[in-house]
Design a protein around this ligand. Sequence first.
Ligand SMILES: Nc1ncnc2c1ncn2[C@@H]1O[C@H](COP(=O)(O)OP(=O)(O)OP(=O)(O)O)[C@@H](O)[C@H]1O
Ligand SMILES: [Mg+2]
Length: 238
Amino acid sequence: MVLFPVNVLSIEDVYVHRSGLPIVRGATVTVARGAVTVLLGANGAGKTTLLEGISGAIPIASGRITLGGTRVERLRAWRRARAGLAHIEQDRTVFRDLSTEDNLRAACPPGRAIDPVLDLFPELRKQISAPAGLLSGGEQQMLVVGRALLGRPKVLLIDEMSLGLAPIVVERLARAVRRLADHGVGVLLVEQFANLALSIADRAYVMARGELVYAGDGSALRADGRLLHALYLGETRH
Ligand SMILES: Nc1ncnc2c1ncn2[C@@H]1O[C@H](COP(=O)(O)OP(=O)(O)OP(=O)(O)O)[C@@H](O)[C@H]1O
Ligand SMILES: [Mg+2]
């Protein structure tokens, strides 16, 4: 738990359209340095759309996005990445024919070592020469996270790290994400396994039909399954 949170990313009143339709409406989210912030919600709620608007994968229609004190909502995606915003997209992949090591080297700025990633995920060290396409689903996801970390982001946006993975592997990844936050990264995590996500969260948001219907403490939400259910359905606000 962060006692004196420093907001490294602020999203204020953001609207994001797709095909001319307003999908995310008036989202206001803060991500603190050294904290895990989770964004929950049913399928189709607009979570991926919001993350894409934050990273610049798609333009936002209106609102403000501030990263480390600088307004970034008009910057191209690569400039936001360079300013410290890493986005692990929902359909992320590795270069299957390249080895684990070459996948990491391809994402590594010149002169920087890949060892911190191998220290965080020792599983990857064991498979360092294997083609990434032969790694397990969990190891591939570790590689995806590791590649994002090599840019030393201030903020990591993670869209569904659990897709298709066994619960024990998802727990392993969740612990790694918690550790990253404990080392100072601000994490915004979208996750279908709500209870697992809440177990590592400092702060939580729930989105229903494009609007945020909950902003608050992660543990409060974890303790009240009925509230969480009603929020998912968009039947209540809190
Ligand atoms: N290109 C598009 N044009 C119009 N509507 C779209 C487009 N892409 C997505 N949508 C709609 O936007 C809404 C939000 O989709 P989004 O992928 O952001 O939801 P999500 O919360 O990430 O869902 P999931 O949990 O399934 O990943 C959905 O109703 C979807 O049908
Ligand atoms: Mg999604």
